[in-house]
Design a protein around this ligand. Structure first.
Ligand code: IFG
Length: 387
């Protein structure tokens, strides 16, 4: 019914999105619509660590996601530059680790009550929140907050740059597993959703053996807290349980996980990374995975992307929005829209019903909707936007 209402909204004139028109009498064309999603996982990831988004801004993203029938919001809550979720047993994680951001200045974090409120707001719109605590790398904020997580017992300074891979928990230290247990326990207790994302990406300071052993230990902690573990593609070689999920973002061995019956979320950087520049003139964003225009993020088949990862192994698609270069909500929105709409259709519609020339015409009508909803978006030259 909720998705039926969203379809009805899309059949009504865009002006209904303006609260001032709520009292108007409107007519809608009648007909029969038979519709259901191809994939169960249709998501957005917000990086609130590099730069922080206050709860009100996250709620605006949730509103837009609901309109486009997206149902998974992955919050990247920790990284080198910021720890963004209150952990009552480890107050320094936010007191120190949440105090700054990329480029310096005040950071921010969600209190546990604010996080609960976001979870409830999302659930009312049939969106499940997935918390991510990235480890064992991307951990400078935690290392700067808790000295005993460092092998030499000395906390490094807070980091406000944008390099990756330089940090790692001292996985052989007796202090690390209790830390992981405290963090997973507290966040899992706040999260009714079935999933807990542990990151696992870009680990350069540990041996392969240390890495695999750590991932397998964390998997036990996450499962002991009643959650399914998700990790970026690098976790694939570990002894993952079948209900663990791998999130593909670059060339990885996720086919190994698929072969043992595991599931994969498709976020290939060349198609789904929403922080990639649209073209060489885009000010915001990065371009290490290439330039990603709207057509690029639409014109692909998740089930035909990785040899050995077939439709039956794919939960769906998710667009990661990394925020090294994004400061305020409008920056995040400019990079997310309209490519998130392209990903929403990629996750919802059958491949046989998808066609770029058809999509680009339908998308043109959404300029007025996004404007009415107050969403900043990129006016791609690939679209003849309706004015
Ligand atoms: N890779 C890093 C992110 C971010 C991204 C920017 C993953 C899984 C590059 N890890 O993507 O932290 O820095 O495009």
């Amino acid at each position: 019914l909720f998705y039926g209402v969203q379809t009805l909204r899309q059949l009504l004139p865009h002006s209904i999105e303006n609260p001032a028109t709520y009292a108007r009498k409107l007519n809608v064309p009648t007909g029969y619509i038979f519709d259901r999603p191809r994939f169960q996982w249709r998501g957005l990831m917000l990086d609130v660590s590099r730069h922080f988004l206050p709860p009100a801004d996250v709620k605006r993203f949730i509103d837009a996601m609901a309109f486009y029938k997206l149902n998974r919001l992955h919050l990247h809550l920790s990284d080198d530059q910021g720890w963004r979720i209150e952990i009552k047993s480890r107050p320094n994680l936010t007191a120190v680790g949440g105090s700054t951001k990329v480029g310096g200045g005040a950071g921010g974090f969600y209190t546990q009550d604010e996080y609960r409120d976001l979870v409830a707001y999302a659930a009312q719109r049939f969106i499940t929140i997935i918390p991510e605590i990235d480890m064992p790398a991307h951990t400078n904020a935690a290392l700067a907050s808790i000295p005993e997580l460092n092998c030499d017992g000395v906390a490094p300074p807070l980091y406000t740059g944008i390099a990756v891979g330089f940090s790692a928990l001292c996985v052989d230290s007796a202090s690390v597993l209790p830390f992981v247990q405290d963090v997973v326990r507290e966040i899992a207790a706040l999260t009714p959703g079935d999933y807990f994302h542990i990151g696992g990406d870009e680990v350069m300071k540990l041996t392969h053996a240390q890495y695999i052993s750590f991932i397998e230990s964390v998997q036990q902690v996450v499962n002991a807290n009643g959650k399914r573990m998700i990790g970026w593609g690098e976790i694939s070689p570990a002894a993952l349980t079948p209900n663990t999920i791998v999130q593909n973002w670059k060339k990885d061995s996720s086919f190994v996980h698929a072969a043992r019956g595991g599931k994969v979320i498709m976020s290939p950087s060349a198609k789904a990374y929403l922080d990639m520049k649209y073209d060489s003139a885009t000010i915001l964003g990065l371009r290490w995975a290439g330039l990603v225009e709207v057509k690029t993020s639409y014109d692909w088949d998740p089930a035909a992307f990785i040899p050995g990862v077939a439709e039956s192994s794919i939960l769906g698609v998710e667009g990661p929005l990394w925020s090294e270069t994004l400061v305020k909500r409008e920056d995040y929105e400019l990079m997310a829209f309209p490519r998130l709409i392209a990903l929403a259709e990629t996750g919802w519609s059958r491949q046989t019903s998808r066609d770029w020339n058809d999509f680009r015409v339908r998308l043109a009508a959404h300029a007025k909707r996004m404007a009415a909803m107050g969403i900043n978006f990129y006016r791609s030259p690939q679209i003849d936007w309706q004015h």
